[in-house]
Design a protein around this ligand. Structure first.
Ligand code: NOJ
Length: 462
């Protein structure tokens, strides 16, 4: 069957500042919570830091040239707050501003649409010293930063994302697995509430100062959980926890329906973790956006009996994404849920989707270049996205995570998501098979593929 996408479909690739830029202490950039976290022994699987990563700060022209050769239509990147405001507030670092001007100009000269995220997890360390996301003052700090971005780049960038995957702040404040490495659930819940208020206030600011052609949205990842045994209380509890208590519902409900869901409210009150909320907060958070960004990686089947086994796999780096835990078809269900449960009617971009190759070191580059599994995975996701579009769901674009292998947070360099292999010694980028496959998809506006085998019954109920 032929899968054709609309002519103006935005085919893209995505990265984030901390993961690809490097130049962590160059040209006036301040330290971030990740620069500090990487230096805590035991926090990063391979003990690496983000000091250099892919060095895109110096090699951006080369990367953009490759994107252009591939026919990429849009590049999703993020600004580093500490490169713009080294102390988080106050003095602007002109060299940081100049870098992003160069990057954006180069994209535009090559006909590539910039899609810019304001915050992708790299809080200035100076603000962490004042309490970081848990301090309500962050609403002022963040809107000051957002204003600098909009004043500096508002003429050049039309697609803006306030936040990428808010949940990461929970992983950092509530679970201790990401920067800043705190394990305080109550503080973490407050941090996430404050972050959502920052989002809403930024959308309000945007409406005041930006022209109508510019669009703003937020990116929330959805890893939808499904109880394997619908009559098993433990499986159902896992499903509820994964979706509502510490998953997408925590964000989508206040953003698109209003307030925290009944299930989450009851849970937080019982645990004495309900955040401090000011009177208008829920109205601010619900400020209408122009689009919604979906980061989709997988659906998750919960089975309390098999949980231990799965935990082991995840600890070994599987991160739910290997057979038989692959459920690319869940994207279809998720897209329907966005419309039916959360009433999301604004356009949707798939702002990330991708596939991991584990690299525990010592394997030659050649082992990673013939990435047929990545192609299969992406193709299957796109088939289900296509099907959802046929049903009338308004998906406008799709971004592969990632353009090139990069620093995968607490997994360091052990997870390769790239369409390009990155040699971290020489900084050479080598295209994988998936890069030429994706480029072919873009050139022809789609692909031919047999219809997918029937969907996993636990997900689609077929
Ligand atoms: C989520 C994040 O936005 C990105 O930073 C991360 O590297 C990918 N997904 C893969 O885990």
């Amino acid at each position: 069957m032929r899968y054709d996408f609309p002519k103006d479909f935005l085919w893209g690739v995505a990265t984030a500042a901390a993961q690809v830029e490097g130049a962590a202490f160059e040209d006036g950039k301040g330290a971030t919570i990740w620069d500090a976290f990487c230096r805590l022994p035991g926090s990063i699987r391979d003990g690496n830091t983000m000091d250099v990563t892919c060095d895109q700060y110096h090699l951006y022209e080369q990367d953009i040239r490759r994107m252009k050769e591939m026919g990429i239509k849009s590049y999703r990147f993020s600004f580093s707050w500490a490169r713009i405001l080294p102390e988080g507030t106050g003095k602007v670092n002109e060299e940081g501003i100049a870098y992003y001007h160069r990057l954006i100009r180069c994209l535009k000269e090559n006909g590539i649409v910039p899609n810019a995220t304001m915050y992708h997890w790299d809080l200035p360390y100076a603000l962490q010293l004042k309490g970081g996301w848990g301090n309500r003052e962050i609403v002022k700090w963040f809107t000051e930063y957002a204003k600098v971005l909009l004043d500096s780049f508002g003429d050049e960038v039309d697609i803006w994302v306030t936040f990428n995957e808010p949940i990461a702040t929970w992983v950092g404040y509530g679970m201790g697995l990401f920067a800043p490495g705190l394990k305080d659930e109550k503080y973490g819940r407050q941090a996430l509430h404050n972050l959502l208020v920052c989002h809403g206030e930024t959308v309000r600011l945007f409406r005041k100062i930006m022209p109508e052609r510019a669009k703003i949205g937020i990116v929330v990842d959805v890893w939808r959980h499904y109880a394997e045994r619908k009559d098993n209380a433990e499986d159902l509890a896992m499903e509820l926890a994964g979706n509502e208590i510490a998953g997408y519902g925590w964000f989508l409900h206040p953003l698109f329906i209003g307030g925290y869901s009944g299930e989450l409210t009851a849970y937080l009150k019982e645990k004495d973790q309900y955040p401090q909320i000011q009177e208008d907060d829920f109205d601010i958070i619900k400020e209408p956006v122009d689009f919604y960004g979906l980061n989709f990686y997988n659906g998750i089947i919960d089975n309390a009996d098999k949980e231990k086994e799965l935990e082991k796999k995840r600890a070994a780096g599987g991160n739910y994404q290997f057979k038989p835990e692959q459920h690319p078809e869940a994207v279809y269900d998720v897209l329907h849920m966005l419309k039916e449960k959360y009433h999301i009617t604004v356009p949707i971009y798939i702002t990330e989707n991708g596939y991991i190759q584990i690299d525990d070191g010592g394997q030659p580059m050649e082992d990673f270049l013939e990435d047929e599994e990545r192609i299969d995975y992406i193709r299957t996701v796109l088939q289900w996205v296509h099907k959802a579009m046929q049903d009338g769901i308004d998906v406008r674009g799709y971004y592969v995570w990632s353009f090139l292998d990069n620093f995968e947070w607490n997994a360091g360099f052990t997870m390769r998501y790239g369409l390009h292999y990155t040699d971290y010694q020489t900084l050479e980028r080598v295209p994988k098979k998936s890069a030429s496959w994706y480029s072919g998809v873009i050139a022809s506006g789609g692909f031919d593929a047999p219809e997918p085998e029937s969907a996993h019954s636990a997900i689609l109920g077929s």
